[in-house]
Design a protein around this ligand. Structure first.
Ligand code: F6R
Length: 236
């Protein structure tokens, strides 16, 4: 594992964007695993800037997102599909039909989960998975549990996650209680993992996740067993 500490969100974002750009240049038809949340917004902006400068071509790539709230339509402003459109997809030449986000409104969510895993497998797996980390150690929405769950699954969000995500909604009551998340299987099978985190509040959980015990109580700790993980952390 490479653990890189930088001194600003901008540097974290630029470094992350450079690694994603390197993946795209090395293998234009790659599969990018993408995340939402506040951590990757700067990296996505840096990718958009590079694309606008004519340095980055997404036309052969495919993306698979980690998660989506249950019950939110893709058009809902707080859905993760909408987040991805606004923060990346609407501004680069990644064909929309090759951007995959779980469908949180699927009538049969179990089937949606199975099909999401089948899709990732049919794409040949993920080349580079971008991750953030929750204050409780979640990655995607794999929340602390007594076991690591491999497949894509429906999860009940923990109180701390609901509280943390309330900032994006008008009130905490509006935050969906459930989400569909890629499981630890597809994440761990990604060929490269890039986790970015910023802010002093994330320091303790990063310490636990990357230098503590490997335990499903800290889902991100499983990444210690992955052969190619880069963590970029900015305390400010
Ligand atoms: C979002 C996701 C989550 C976030 C995590 C950190 O797709 O998978 O695991 O990465 O909740 O969120 P931020 O970046 O907002 O602190």
């Amino acid at each position: 594992m490479k653990f890189i500490t930088v001194d600003s969100y901008e540097k974290m974002s630029r470094m992350a964007a450079n690694l994603i750009a390197a993946q795209l240049l090395l293998k234009p038809a790659c599969v990018l695993g993408l995340a939402t949340g506040s951590s990757p917004v700067g990296a996505y902006q840096a990718l958009i800037d590079a694309h606008r400068r004519g340095e980055l071509d997404f036309s052969e790539a495919t993306s698979v997102n980690l998660d989506e709230y249950v019950g939110l339509d893709g058009a809902h402003p707080q859905s993760y599909r909408s987040f991805m459109n606004t923060n990346l997809f609407d501004h680069v030449n990644l064909p929309k039909e090759r951007t995959f986000v779980p469908d949180g409104r699927a009538a049969d969510l179990e089937r949606e989960c199975r099909e999401y895993d089948a899709r990732i497998a049919s794409l040949g797996g993920i080349d580079l998975q971008l991750l953030g980390i929750g204050l409780d150690g979640h990655i995607g929405f794999n929340e602390p549990d007594d076991r690591f769950l491999k497949p894509t699954h429906v999860v009940r969000l923990h109180e701390s996650t609901i509280r943390a995500n309330a900032r994006f909604f008008d009130s905490e009551d509006e935050v969906p209680r459930q989400a569909v998340t890629m499981g630890m299987g597809a994440i761990m099978q990604a060929r490269k993992i890039l986790l970015i985190a910023n802010g002093a509040a994330k320091k303790d959980i990063l310490q636990k996740a990357f230098f503590g015990d490997v335990t499903p109580q800290v889902p991100a700790s499983l990444l210690q067993l992955h052969p190619d993980v880069t963590v970029i952390y900015s305390e400010v």
